[in-house]
Design a protein. Structure first.
Length: 244
C-alpha cells in the first residue's frame, strides 16, 4: 500500500499499485486530450487542469514534462504497434498486406498530427537509439521482415537481404510521412499507393541506361521532375567528371 494525494483538495488516501497505474493512465489520457486540442506546446498547467489535479500531482507521477511525454509515447505507440501488427496480417496478397501496413501508419499520424509531431521531436532526442519511437520502428521493421521473408520464401528467393530491406522500408515510410506532414501535396491514399508500389514493384527503371543530355554550352544536364512539372538543372555529378 502507498499514500499519495489524488487531487488538489483531497486529503491523503491509501492507494494500491493498481490504483496508481490506473491513475497514471488517466493522467496520460487527459494530457493527450489537451495536446490534441491545444497543440504540442500545451502546458503542464493545462494538462493538470484537464485531469482535475494540481501540477505537483503530475510531477509526482511523471517527475517532469519529459517524463510525461515519455509516458504518452509509451501509451500511444503500444496501441499503434498492435494495430500495425494486425494490419500486416490482413490481406489476401502481399501487396495488400504491405499496403495495409503503410496505410495504418499514415492513418495513425493523420488522425493525431500534433501527438505525432510532439513524440517525433521528443523521441528523436533519445540517447543511443532508445525511446518509444525507436522501439516502434524496430517492431515495425521486424513485422515487415516477417512479411518479406514469407513472400520471398514462397518464390524461392534469397532471404539474406530481408531485414535490411525491412528496416530500409520503415525508414523510407517514416521519412516520406514526415515530408507529407510538412505539406506534401498528396492525399493519404495517394501516398500509400505510391509507397506500396515502390516496396512491391520497385522503381520502374530496371537497368535502363541514363540518356546523356547537354545544354547549349555543352554542359551535361539532367531533368528533375516535381509536382509542378519538369525542370532542367545542371548535372553537377557529371560536371565534376569533366576534365579540367
Amino acid at each position: 500500500m502507498d499514500v499519495c494525494d489524488v487531487g488538489p483538495h483531497d486529503g491523503p488516501v491509501k492507494v494500491t499499485v493498481r490504483d496508481r497505474s490506473v491513475r497514471r493512465t488517466e493522467l496520460v489520457e487527459a494530457a493527450i486530450t489537451v495536446i490534441r486540442r491545444e497543440g504540442r506546446n500545451a502546458s503542464m498547467d493545462q494538462m493538470a487542469a484537464e485531469a482535475g489535479v494540481s501540477k505537483p500531482i503530475l510531477y509526482r507521477h511523471f517527475t517532469d514534462r519529459s517524463g510525461l511525454i515519455g509516458a504518452i509515447a509509451d501509451h500511444v505507440f503500444a496501441t499503434a504497434s498492435h494495430r500495425l501488427a494486425r494490419a500486416l496480417r490482413t490481406g489476401a496478397t502481399y501487396r495488400e498486406r504491405v499496403g495495409n501496413g503503410v496505410d495504418e501508419f499514415l492513418t495513425f499520424i493523420e488522425a493525431d498530427p500534433e501527438i505525432y509531431r510532439l513524440l517525433s521531436a521528443h523521441c528523436s532526442d533519445a540517447v543511443n537509439g532508445s525511446g518509444p519511437l525507436n522501439d516502434y520502428s524496430r517492431l515495425a521493421g521486424r513485422r515487415i521482415a516477417l512479411v518479406l521473408a514469407d513472400a520471398l520464401g514462397a518464390v524461392g528467393a534469397d532471404l539474406a537481404p530481408t531485414e535490411a530491406w525491412a528496416f530500409g522500408i520503415v525508414g523510407m515510410i517514416q521519412t516520406a510521412a514526415d515530408w507529407w506532414m510538412g505539406g506534401g501535396d498528396l492525399t493519404r491514399q495517394e501516398l500509400c499507393t505510391h509507397l506500396t508500389t515502390l516496396v512491391v514493384d520497385g522503381l520502374p527503371l530496371a537497368d535502363s541506361a541514363i540518356p546523356a543530355r547537354s545544354d547549349h554550352a555543352g554542359h551535361p544536364v539532367r531533368t528533375a521532375t516535381h509536382h509542378g512539372g519538369n525542370e532542367t538543372v545542371p548535372d553537377e555529378s557529371a560536371q565534376d567528371a569533366l576534365p579540367a
